[in-house]
Write a protein that binds this ligand. Structure first.
Ligand SMILES: Nc1ccccc1-c1cnco1
Length: 239
C-alpha cells in the first residue's frame, strides 16, 4: 500500500517510523511519504492561509498550494482522505475499506479548514472521504492521520503476528471485547475468573461471548443497531 501525507507539520509523523508501522515500511508492506504543503507555495513567506470570505474568526487554508500539491501527489487511482470535524465518523469498517486501497493521500487541514473548492476539485477526479474521529475539536488533522494510519496498517497482510487477533478484538466482530486477564491468578486479592482457568474451551468461549454482549449493552448499545441479528444466535438468548 502506498500512502502520501500532506501537512504543514511533516515532523508530526515521526511516530509512523516506530513499532509495527515502522516495520511495515521496512518490509515494504507500506510505502509512506510525508510532504510539506509549503513546498507548493511560491511567495517569500510561503503562505498557506488567508482570511475567510464572509468574515468570521481564524484563517482558511488557501486553495492554490493544495491544488498543486494534490496534482503532484495524488496519482490516478488514489483515494483522498481528509480528517475533518465535519466528516463521517471513522469506523473499523472504514479501516478495512481504506486498507484495501492501493494508494491513499491524506490532506491535513489546519486553522478553520481547507477552502471547500479543494475538496470539490479533487472529487472531480478521485474518491474523497472526509472522516471524523469524534465530536471534539483538534488543532489539525495530523493526529487523526496517525490514528487512522495505525487502524489501517494493522490490517495489512503480515503486520500483526497473530492474525487471530483481528477476529477477536473489539469492533472486529461488531461488539466490544470481553475482559482480558493474565498471570498472576490472584493480584491484590482479585482473582481471575475461574472459567478462564478451567481449560474448558467451549465454556470459556460462552463466557467471553456473554461478557462481550453485557459489556456492549452497558457501554455501547448503539453497536447492536448495526449488528446483524442472525449473529445473535440462540445460545446468546439463553445466556
Ligand atoms: N477537529 C479537527 C480539525 C482539523 C482536522 C480534523 C479534525 C477532527 C477530526 N476528527 C475530529 O476532529
Amino acid at each position: 500500500m502506498k500512502v502520501d501525507i500532506i501537512s504543514i507539520f511533516p515532523d508530526y509523523f515521526a511516530p509512523l517510523e516506530l513499532s509495527l508501522i515502522g516495520k511495515a515500511r521496512t518490509t515494504g508492506v507500506l510505502q509512506l511519504a510525508v510532504h510539506d504543503l509549503r513546498t507548493w507555495t511560491h511567495d517569500v513567506h510561503r503562505t498557506v492561509d488567508d482570511s475567510p470570505y464572509g468574515g468570521g474568526p481564524g484563517m482558511v487554508m488557501r486553495p492554490e498550494p493544495w491544488g498543486e500539491a494534490l496534482d503532484a501527489v495524488a496519482a490516478p487511482g488514489a483515494t483522498l482522505v481528509v480528517p475533518s470535524p465535519v466528516g463521517r465518523p471513522f469506523t473499523q469498517a472504514d479501516a478495512y475499506e481504506l486498507a484495501a486501497c492501493e494508494h491513499l493521500v491524506f490532506a491535513c487541514g489546519r486553522y478553520e479548514g481547507i477552502d471547500q473548492r479543494v475538496i470539490d476539485d479533487a472529487a472531480d477526479r478521485m474518491p474523497v472521504r472526509e472522516v471524523s474521529l469524534g465530536d471534539y475539536v483538534l488543532f489539525g488533522g495530523e493526529v487523526a492521520v496517525i490514528v487512522i494510519m495505525e487502524a489501517i496498517t494493522r490490517l495489512l497482510p503480515g503486520v500483526l503476528g497473530n492474525a487471530d487477533s483481528l477476529t477477536e478484538e473489539s469492533h472486529a466482530a461488531g461488539l466490544l471485547e470481553a475482559p482480558v486477564y493474565t498471570k498472576p491468578a490472584s493480584w491484590r486479592d482479585r482473582a481471575v475468573p475461574d472459567v478462564l482457568r478451567s481449560g474448558d474451551h467451549g465454556r470459556i468461549a460462552r463466557w467471553r461471548r456473554t461478557e462481550s454482549l453485557l459489556r456492549t449493552a452497558a457501554r455501547r448499545p448503539d453497536l447492536f443497531a448495526a449488528y446483524p441479528p442472525e449473529n445473535l444466535d440462540a445460545k446468546d438468548r439463553k445466556a
